[in-house]
Design a protein around this ligand. Structure first.
Ligand SMILES: [Zn+2]
Ligand SMILES: [Zn+2]
Length: 344
Protein backbone atom coordinates (compact mmCIF):
# COMPACT_ATOMS: atom_id res chain seq x y z
CA UNK A 1 0.00 0.00 0.00
CA UNK A 2 0.96 3.65 -0.33
CA UNK A 3 2.06 5.56 2.74
CA UNK A 4 3.80 8.83 3.55
CA UNK A 5 7.17 7.97 5.05
CA UNK A 6 9.90 9.93 6.77
CA UNK A 7 13.21 9.61 4.93
CA UNK A 8 15.46 12.24 6.44
CA UNK A 9 15.18 15.71 7.97
CA UNK A 10 13.14 17.75 5.47
CA UNK A 11 12.58 14.73 3.21
CA UNK A 12 9.41 12.68 3.09
CA UNK A 13 8.27 10.31 0.36
CA UNK A 14 5.21 8.40 -0.73
CA UNK A 15 6.42 4.80 -0.51
CA UNK A 16 5.12 1.28 -0.98
CA UNK A 17 4.99 -0.35 2.45
CA UNK A 18 3.48 -3.55 3.84
CA UNK A 19 -0.21 -3.43 4.73
CA UNK A 20 -0.84 -3.46 8.48
CA UNK A 21 -2.13 -6.62 10.16
CA UNK A 22 -4.12 -7.23 13.33
CA UNK A 23 -1.70 -7.86 16.20
CA UNK A 24 -4.03 -7.90 19.23
CA UNK A 25 -7.66 -8.93 19.57
CA UNK A 26 -8.53 -5.31 20.45
CA UNK A 27 -7.06 -3.97 17.17
CA UNK A 28 -8.83 -2.96 14.00
CA UNK A 29 -7.57 -2.22 10.51
CA UNK A 30 -8.98 1.00 9.09
CA UNK A 31 -9.09 1.88 5.40
CA UNK A 32 -8.18 5.55 5.61
CA UNK A 33 -10.59 7.85 3.76
CA UNK A 34 -9.13 11.22 4.80
CA UNK A 35 -5.96 12.23 6.57
CA UNK A 36 -4.41 15.60 7.23
CA UNK A 37 -1.03 17.17 7.66
CA UNK A 38 -0.87 18.63 11.16
CA UNK A 39 1.27 21.51 12.38
CA UNK A 40 2.95 19.03 14.69
CA UNK A 41 3.97 16.88 11.69
CA UNK A 42 6.30 19.74 10.80
CA UNK A 43 8.24 19.12 14.03
CA UNK A 44 9.24 15.69 12.78
CA UNK A 45 9.71 16.99 9.24
CA UNK A 46 12.24 19.45 10.66
CA UNK A 47 13.95 16.84 12.80
CA UNK A 48 12.78 18.22 16.18
CA UNK A 49 11.11 14.86 16.87
CA UNK A 50 13.27 11.86 15.98
CA UNK A 51 11.86 9.47 13.37
CA UNK A 52 13.43 6.36 11.88
CA UNK A 53 13.88 6.41 8.08
CA UNK A 54 10.91 4.61 6.56
CA UNK A 55 8.52 5.35 9.46
CA UNK A 56 4.98 6.20 8.36
CA UNK A 57 3.83 9.73 9.28
CA UNK A 58 0.47 11.21 10.20
CA UNK A 59 -2.03 11.11 13.04
CA UNK A 60 -5.24 12.84 11.89
CA UNK A 61 -7.53 10.41 10.11
CA UNK A 62 -10.96 9.10 9.32
CA UNK A 63 -11.72 5.76 7.73
CA UNK A 64 -13.84 2.68 7.39
CA UNK A 65 -13.19 -0.40 9.47
CA UNK A 66 -11.97 -3.24 7.26
CA UNK A 67 -11.10 -5.90 9.80
CA UNK A 68 -11.54 -6.29 13.56
CA UNK A 69 -9.92 -8.27 16.33
CA UNK A 70 -12.13 -10.73 18.21
CA UNK A 71 -12.84 -8.49 21.24
CA UNK A 72 -13.74 -5.32 19.31
CA UNK A 73 -17.32 -4.00 19.54
CA UNK A 74 -17.00 -1.72 16.50
CA UNK A 75 -17.92 -3.50 13.30
CA UNK A 76 -16.52 -3.93 9.83
CA UNK A 77 -17.91 -1.13 7.64
CA UNK A 78 -18.24 1.38 10.51
CA UNK A 79 -17.17 4.91 9.59
CA UNK A 80 -14.81 6.21 12.24
CA UNK A 81 -12.60 9.10 13.28
CA UNK A 82 -9.43 8.33 15.22
CA UNK A 83 -7.89 10.14 18.16
CA UNK A 84 -4.37 11.31 17.31
CA UNK A 85 -2.90 9.21 20.08
CA UNK A 86 -3.94 5.98 21.69
CA UNK A 87 -4.95 5.29 25.27
CA UNK A 88 -5.42 1.88 26.89
CA UNK A 89 -8.63 2.69 28.77
CA UNK A 90 -7.52 0.66 31.82
CA UNK A 91 -4.45 2.22 33.49
CA UNK A 92 -4.73 4.55 36.49
CA UNK A 93 -4.56 7.67 34.30
CA UNK A 94 -7.24 6.38 31.94
CA UNK A 95 -9.47 5.37 34.86
CA UNK A 96 -9.14 8.95 36.16
CA UNK A 97 -10.27 10.14 32.71
CA UNK A 98 -6.79 11.51 31.95
CA UNK A 99 -6.47 9.63 28.68
CA UNK A 100 -3.75 11.98 27.43
CA UNK A 101 -1.56 10.73 30.27
CA UNK A 102 -2.13 7.01 29.59
CA UNK A 103 0.88 5.03 30.76
CA UNK A 104 0.96 3.02 27.53
CA UNK A 105 -0.37 5.61 25.08
CA UNK A 106 1.31 6.23 21.73
CA UNK A 107 0.97 8.88 19.03
CA UNK A 108 0.35 7.62 15.50
CA UNK A 109 3.31 8.32 13.23
CA UNK A 110 5.39 10.20 15.75
CA UNK A 111 8.51 8.09 16.15
CA UNK A 112 10.12 6.02 18.91
CA UNK A 113 9.71 8.59 21.73
CA UNK A 114 5.94 8.46 21.24
CA UNK A 115 5.54 4.70 21.07
CA UNK A 116 6.68 3.70 17.56
CA UNK A 117 3.14 3.41 16.25
CA UNK A 118 2.74 3.52 12.46
CA UNK A 119 1.16 6.68 11.08
CA UNK A 120 -2.13 7.20 9.32
CA UNK A 121 -1.08 9.11 6.18
CA UNK A 122 -1.52 5.79 4.44
CA UNK A 123 -4.11 3.69 2.69
CA UNK A 124 -4.58 1.49 5.77
CA UNK A 125 -3.76 1.84 9.44
CA UNK A 126 -3.81 -0.46 12.47
CA UNK A 127 -5.57 1.06 15.45
CA UNK A 128 -4.84 -0.54 18.83
CA UNK A 129 -7.55 -0.65 21.54
CA UNK A 130 -9.97 0.37 18.81
CA UNK A 131 -13.06 0.74 21.02
CA UNK A 132 -11.17 3.31 23.14
CA UNK A 133 -9.43 5.18 20.34
CA UNK A 134 -12.06 5.45 17.60
CA UNK A 135 -15.44 7.15 17.49
CA UNK A 136 -18.28 6.49 15.07
CA UNK A 137 -18.80 9.41 12.71
CA UNK A 138 -22.38 10.68 13.14
CA UNK A 139 -24.46 9.66 10.10
CA UNK A 140 -25.18 13.25 9.02
CA UNK A 141 -21.48 14.19 8.81
CA UNK A 142 -19.07 13.72 5.93
CA UNK A 143 -15.73 12.21 6.93
CA UNK A 144 -14.00 15.54 6.30
CA UNK A 145 -16.29 17.30 8.80
CA UNK A 146 -15.33 14.84 11.53
CA UNK A 147 -11.63 14.61 10.71
CA UNK A 148 -10.34 17.34 13.03
CA UNK A 149 -12.34 16.13 16.02
CA UNK A 150 -9.52 13.62 16.54
CA UNK A 151 -6.90 16.32 16.93
CA UNK A 152 -6.83 20.06 16.27
CA UNK A 153 -10.48 20.88 16.92
CA UNK A 154 -10.63 18.97 20.18
CA UNK A 155 -7.23 20.34 21.18
CA UNK A 156 -8.60 23.87 20.77
CA UNK A 157 -11.92 23.02 22.41
CA UNK A 158 -10.14 21.37 25.34
CA UNK A 159 -8.07 24.53 25.85
CA UNK A 160 -11.25 26.63 25.99
CA UNK A 161 -12.63 24.20 28.54
CA UNK A 162 -9.38 24.18 30.53
CA UNK A 163 -9.47 28.00 30.57
CA UNK A 164 -12.88 27.76 32.25
CA UNK A 165 -14.58 30.02 29.70
CA UNK A 166 -18.04 30.99 30.96
CA UNK A 167 -21.14 32.40 29.30
CA UNK A 168 -20.80 36.08 28.48
CA UNK A 169 -17.03 36.28 28.88
CA UNK A 170 -14.45 37.96 26.68
CA UNK A 171 -11.75 35.62 25.41
CA UNK A 172 -8.51 36.42 23.59
CA UNK A 173 -7.12 33.85 21.18
CA UNK A 174 -3.44 34.34 20.35
CA UNK A 175 -2.65 32.86 16.94
CA UNK A 176 -5.22 32.33 14.20
CA UNK A 177 -3.74 29.27 12.53
CA UNK A 178 -6.00 26.20 12.30
CA UNK A 179 -5.97 25.59 16.09
CA UNK A 180 -6.65 29.27 16.84
CA UNK A 181 -9.55 29.34 14.38
CA UNK A 182 -11.02 26.29 16.11
CA UNK A 183 -10.47 27.93 19.50
CA UNK A 184 -12.50 30.93 18.33
CA UNK A 185 -15.37 28.68 17.26
CA UNK A 186 -15.09 26.68 20.48
CA UNK A 187 -15.12 29.81 22.66
CA UNK A 188 -18.34 31.00 20.99
CA UNK A 189 -19.82 27.50 21.23
CA UNK A 190 -19.17 27.53 24.98
CA UNK A 191 -20.83 30.90 25.44
CA UNK A 192 -18.16 33.58 25.06
CA UNK A 193 -19.75 36.92 24.24
CA UNK A 194 -16.65 38.36 22.57
CA UNK A 195 -13.54 36.79 21.12
CA UNK A 196 -10.52 38.96 20.36
CA UNK A 197 -8.38 37.25 17.72
CA UNK A 198 -4.72 38.18 17.62
CA UNK A 199 -2.38 37.38 14.75
CA UNK A 200 0.18 39.04 12.49
CA UNK A 201 -1.33 37.96 9.18
CA UNK A 202 -4.25 39.82 7.61
CA UNK A 203 -5.52 36.71 5.81
CA UNK A 204 -5.85 34.72 9.03
CA UNK A 205 -7.49 37.67 10.79
CA UNK A 206 -10.06 37.94 8.01
CA UNK A 207 -11.06 34.32 8.57
CA UNK A 208 -11.27 34.99 12.33
CA UNK A 209 -13.43 38.07 11.71
CA UNK A 210 -15.74 36.06 9.44
CA UNK A 211 -16.51 33.90 12.51
CA UNK A 212 -17.50 36.96 14.54
CA UNK A 213 -14.19 37.57 16.31
CA UNK A 214 -12.73 41.07 16.70
CA UNK A 215 -9.44 41.08 14.78
CA UNK A 216 -6.35 42.50 16.47
CA UNK A 217 -3.41 42.80 14.11
CA UNK A 218 -0.20 42.53 16.10
CA UNK A 219 1.91 43.65 13.15
CA UNK A 220 0.18 47.01 12.73
CA UNK A 221 -0.91 47.72 16.31
CA UNK A 222 0.22 47.03 19.86
CA UNK A 223 -1.97 44.06 20.79
CA UNK A 224 -1.83 44.80 24.53
CA UNK A 225 -2.93 48.41 24.03
CA UNK A 226 -5.71 47.36 21.67
CA UNK A 227 -7.01 44.62 23.97
CA UNK A 228 -6.96 47.00 26.96
CA UNK A 229 -8.89 49.54 24.90
CA UNK A 230 -11.50 46.90 24.07
CA UNK A 231 -11.83 45.77 27.71
CA UNK A 232 -11.94 49.13 29.54
CA UNK A 233 -8.32 48.71 30.61
CA UNK A 234 -9.00 45.50 32.48
CA UNK A 235 -7.88 42.71 30.15
CA UNK A 236 -9.76 39.62 29.03
CA UNK A 237 -11.36 36.94 31.20
CA UNK A 238 -9.46 34.13 29.49
CA UNK A 239 -6.65 33.74 26.99
CA UNK A 240 -6.09 30.78 24.66
CA UNK A 241 -2.48 30.71 23.54
CA UNK A 242 -2.37 28.80 20.24
CA UNK A 243 1.09 29.61 18.90
CA UNK A 244 3.57 27.98 21.28
CA UNK A 245 6.70 29.41 22.83
CA UNK A 246 7.74 32.02 25.39
CA UNK A 247 6.86 35.20 23.50
CA UNK A 248 3.16 34.49 23.11
CA UNK A 249 2.81 32.95 26.59
CA UNK A 250 4.24 36.13 28.08
CA UNK A 251 1.82 38.12 25.90
CA UNK A 252 -1.02 36.06 27.41
CA UNK A 253 -0.01 37.24 30.90
CA UNK A 254 -0.18 40.83 29.61
CA UNK A 255 -3.65 40.38 28.11
CA UNK A 256 -5.42 38.53 30.92
CA UNK A 257 -7.39 40.46 33.52
CA UNK A 258 -6.65 40.14 37.25
CA UNK A 259 -8.15 36.84 38.35
CA UNK A 260 -8.29 35.57 34.76
CA UNK A 261 -7.22 32.29 33.23
CA UNK A 262 -4.72 31.29 30.55
CA UNK A 263 -4.66 27.96 28.71
CA UNK A 264 -1.60 27.45 26.54
CA UNK A 265 -1.94 24.82 23.87
CA UNK A 266 0.63 25.82 21.26
CA UNK A 267 3.46 23.32 20.75
CA UNK A 268 6.97 24.74 20.82
CA UNK A 269 10.44 23.29 20.50
CA UNK A 270 11.56 25.65 23.29
CA UNK A 271 11.97 23.77 26.56
CA UNK A 272 11.75 26.62 29.05
CA UNK A 273 10.85 30.28 29.48
CA UNK A 274 11.16 33.00 32.09
CA UNK A 275 7.94 32.74 34.10
CA UNK A 276 6.42 36.14 35.01
CA UNK A 277 6.25 35.22 38.67
CA UNK A 278 5.43 38.60 40.21
CA UNK A 279 2.85 39.49 37.55
CA UNK A 280 1.24 36.08 37.95
CA UNK A 281 1.16 36.47 41.75
CA UNK A 282 -0.19 40.01 41.87
CA UNK A 283 -2.76 39.40 39.12
CA UNK A 284 -3.78 36.03 40.61
CA UNK A 285 -3.61 34.36 37.23
CA UNK A 286 -4.41 30.71 36.62
CA UNK A 287 -1.95 29.38 34.04
CA UNK A 288 -2.64 26.01 32.53
CA UNK A 289 -0.51 24.20 29.96
CA UNK A 290 -0.76 20.60 28.88
CA UNK A 291 -1.53 18.18 26.12
CA UNK A 292 -5.09 17.86 24.92
CA UNK A 293 -7.33 15.21 26.43
CA UNK A 294 -8.98 14.22 23.15
CA UNK A 295 -10.81 11.20 24.55
CA UNK A 296 -12.42 13.39 27.24
CA UNK A 297 -13.80 15.95 24.79
CA UNK A 298 -14.26 14.31 21.38
CA UNK A 299 -17.91 13.38 21.90
CA UNK A 300 -18.68 17.04 22.69
CA UNK A 301 -16.88 18.33 19.60
CA UNK A 302 -18.57 15.77 17.35
CA UNK A 303 -21.93 16.90 18.77
CA UNK A 304 -21.07 20.57 18.14
CA UNK A 305 -20.09 19.81 14.54
CA UNK A 306 -23.30 17.79 14.05
CA UNK A 307 -25.43 20.64 15.38
CA UNK A 308 -23.72 23.14 13.05
CA UNK A 309 -22.22 25.22 15.89
CA UNK A 310 -18.69 24.47 14.74
CA UNK A 311 -17.51 24.04 11.14
CA UNK A 312 -13.95 22.73 11.22
CA UNK A 313 -13.68 22.47 7.42
CA UNK A 314 -13.23 26.23 7.01
CA UNK A 315 -9.50 25.90 7.69
CA UNK A 316 -8.94 23.53 4.77
CA UNK A 317 -7.03 25.24 1.96
CA UNK A 318 -5.88 22.22 -0.07
CA UNK A 319 -7.24 18.77 -0.88
CA UNK A 320 -4.58 16.60 -2.48
CA UNK A 321 -4.21 12.96 -3.37
CA UNK A 322 -2.08 10.96 -0.92
CA UNK A 323 0.37 10.52 -3.82
CA UNK A 324 0.93 14.29 -3.77
CA UNK A 325 1.86 14.38 -0.08
CA UNK A 326 5.37 15.68 -0.80
CA UNK A 327 3.86 18.76 -2.41
CA UNK A 328 1.40 19.04 0.49
CA UNK A 329 4.18 19.06 3.10
CA UNK A 330 6.12 21.60 1.07
CA UNK A 331 3.12 23.96 0.72
CA UNK A 332 2.26 23.61 4.40
CA UNK A 333 5.85 24.12 5.53
CA UNK A 334 6.15 27.27 3.41
CA UNK A 335 2.83 28.51 4.83
CA UNK A 336 1.31 28.54 1.36
CA UNK A 337 -1.40 26.22 2.67
CA UNK A 338 -3.35 26.71 5.89
CA UNK A 339 -4.45 23.08 6.14
CA UNK A 340 -3.84 20.19 3.75
CA UNK A 341 -6.11 17.17 3.47
CA UNK A 342 -4.74 14.03 1.82
CA UNK A 343 -7.11 11.64 0.10
CA UNK A 344 -5.82 8.05 -0.27
ZN1 LIG B 1 -1.63 16.96 15.35
ZN1 LIG C 1 -4.21 4.04 29.87
Amino acid sequence: MKAVTFQDVGVIAVSDVAEPELLEDSDVIVRVTRCAICGSDLHLYHGDIPMMPGDTCGHEFTGVIEDTGSSVKLKRGDRVVGTFHTACGGCNACLRGEFHLCSSGAVFGYGPIYGSLNGTQAEYARVPKADVNLRLIPAQLEDEQALFAGDILTTAYGAVKNAGVMIGETVAVIGCGPVGIMAIQSAFARGAARVLAIDLLEERLNLAASLGAIAVNGSTSDPVGRVMQLTDGEGVDAVIEAVGGPRTIILAFELVRPGGRIAAVGVSSETTFEYPLMQSLTKDVTFRIGLANIHRDIDETLALISSGKIDPTIVISHRLSLSDAVEGYDLFDKRQASKVILIP
